[in-house]
Design a protein around this ligand. Sequence first.
Ligand SMILES: Nc1ncnc2c1ncn2[C@@H]1O[C@H](COP(=O)(O)OP(=O)(O)OP(=O)(O)O)[C@@H](O)[C@H]1O
Ligand SMILES: CC(C)(CO)[C@@H](O)C(=O)NCCC(=O)O
Ligand SMILES: [K+]
Length: 249
Amino acid sequence: MILELDCGNSFIKWRVLEPIGISTYAEGVVGSDTALIEGLAAVPGLILTRCRLVSVRAAEETDKLVDTLKRVFGIAVSVAVSAREMAGVRNGYEEFERLGLDRWLAMLGAFKLASRACLVLDFGTAATADYISMGGEHLGGFICPGMPLMRNQLRTHTRKIRYDDIAAERAHESLSPGRTTVEAVERGCTLMLRGFALTQLELARSYWGDDFTVFLTGGDAGLVADDVPGARLVPDLVFVGLAMACPLP
Ligand SMILES: Nc1ncnc2c1ncn2[C@@H]1O[C@H](COP(=O)(O)OP(=O)(O)OP(=O)(O)O)[C@@H](O)[C@H]1O
Ligand SMILES: CC(C)(CO)[C@@H](O)C(=O)NCCC(=O)O
Ligand SMILES: [K+]
């Protein structure tokens, strides 16, 4: 079985693929390396043979996780690295190695799935947008604070904004003007994300008319999915790209 990991800034998304084919044997989202090892230990019948991962964390953190995986499971670990060009997509950054690897892999996945111009919107800790032309040219992108950062900045830098996660969840039932603090903040930040998404759509239309595919991914993609009709919601887009960047023998 193959272990796949997407190490973001807040969470590690993991999944285990069956040895033959591509069906998922187990999957999860965890907040730390320790929780990952524990989560995997709890999977019945787990027999790992290989691992591939992508990380946007510091090199030392990533190396530490790779060492742990090698030690605990005795498996080879393949780590996605930057490239100027891959699978018909050309990295648009002046210094290609500076482009976040999650963005790069999501782009590879998107261009493979769409085979035409793509707008990739990722709503995680950060919200990002990336533009890939019909010819596979990455035109660049945008990075903004995502939902967790927006709400935590408000919680941290104001004295009277305090609420728990359950209240936050409930506030998302509608987008009408909030009548409580939690509603006002959660809906306000959701509208910021929606505004971000709609602005990107406008820009994409100005480049490509209707000839492009919008991809939505990241843990908070659901918050804007209804606002982008026709978009493809692909939660595992980074994993699609990971398999391309780290093919296993
Ligand atoms: N099953 C889930 N597990 C964890 N977070 C989730 C889940 N569903 C939605 N979310 C939300 O997704 C957001 C985190 O998104 P995601 O996991 O894509 O990014 P991340 O790992 O934190 O960051 P990065 O953008 O660096 O990859 C949080 O706001 C969280 O509340
Ligand atoms: C923007 C994030 C945080 C999104 O996860 C990640 O892709 C990253 O750390 N990127 C490096 C900076 C850049 O992409 O320009
Ligand atoms: K991500």
